[in-house]
Design a protein around this ligand. Structure first.
Ligand code: HEM
Length: 255
């Protein structure tokens, strides 16, 4: 979704705006914008530029991230078929062939642990987003001047050797207790933390669960003929976000 696409989307919503029926964020923004313009409010954040950037940011932050995590998920399932077996076994046993809903998550601890471990190992936003100190701070003995750019390295937490039993290995047991119940770990921080934590965290978690279960229920993922599981390479393609390097996988329909 480019800025041009977002402008076209907003233009269409503007032309069909009915202030008594709010269809979503853009409508709410436009209604407030009109109100402030009518009252001659100056320096309002409800202006055209902010609207376009807000919507562009939501698309940019919200689509590529979940899609990349799912791509990592399928690659890891093809590479570790015994994990894929256990996810599919748990889903068949607990929900059968019906489609999973968000409420099923608590009854699928292994699947939940696998999704968390995919996010931990995939580490798709390794440096979060740059932040700037709004005042002088002393943090763990280090003086950081007001206005300094700070990059929170999420990798250092997601791969922390003092937090994870096998930080560099795909191991869903990181999120399972001895009885096989799911448990949360403080060092699970793919969405960052604090005031500027990912705004879409709960939406992303819901999407990942629904898409992952749907895809695993219907298909079995394998390397293409002639390629072994060991040959599937987990080295990421480097960028601001980390995505899997291009691979071909087979998706075989399950009965
Ligand atoms: C697997 C999926 C996702 C991951 C791993 C992820 C991760 C992150 C991270 C690490 C940040 C930076 C937080 C910081 O500045 O410290 C962030 C920010 C943000 N994310 Fe996500 N995100 C995901 C999905 C989404 C979705 C679905 C949306 C919404 C549609 C979204 C919207 C945002 C927004 C608006 C911010 C900026 C928040 C702010 O600066 O206050 N993200 N995300």
């Amino acid at each position: 979704m480019t800025i041009r696409d977002v402008k076209a989307l907003v233009k269409n919503l503007k032309e069909t705006l009915n202030p008594s029926v709010c269809r979503g964020l853009v409508d709410r923004f436009l209604i407030r914008k009109e109100k402030e313009e009518d009252s001659c409010v100056k320096d309002t954040p409800y202006n055209e530029k902010n609207l376009i950037f807000t919507i562009t940011n939501l698309f940019a932050a919200g689509t590529d991230t979940t899609a990349t995590t799912l791509r990592w998920g399928l690659l890891l399932m093809a590479k570790y078929p015994h994990v894929q077996d256990q996810v599919q076994e748990e889903m068949s046993r607990v929900i059968g062939s019906r489609q999973a809903g968000v409420d099923d998550r608590k009854n699928l601890p292994y699947t939940d642990a696998v999704i968390h471990e995919i996010q931990r190992l995939a580490n798709i936003v390794p440096m979060a987003i740059p932040h700037k100190t709004s005042r002088d701070v002393t943090f763990q003995g280090y003086f950081i001047k007001e206005g300094t750019t700070v990059l929170p390295l999420l990798t250092s937490v997601l791969y922390d050797e003092s937090e994870w039993e096998t930080p560099h290995t795909f191991n869903p047991s990181h999120f399972l207790d001895k009885e096989g119940n799911f448990f949360r770990r403080d060092a699970f921080m793919p969405f960052s933390a604090g005031r500027r934590v990912c705004l879409g965290e709960s939406l992303a978690k819901m999407e990942l669960f629904l898409f992952f279960t749907f895809l695993l229920q219907r298909f079995r993922y394998t390397p293409p003929p002639g390629v072994t599981e060991d040959e599937l390479d987990l080295t990421p393609a480097v960028g601001f976000t980390l995505s899997p390097s291009p691979h071909e996988l087979c998706a075989v329909r399950r009965q």
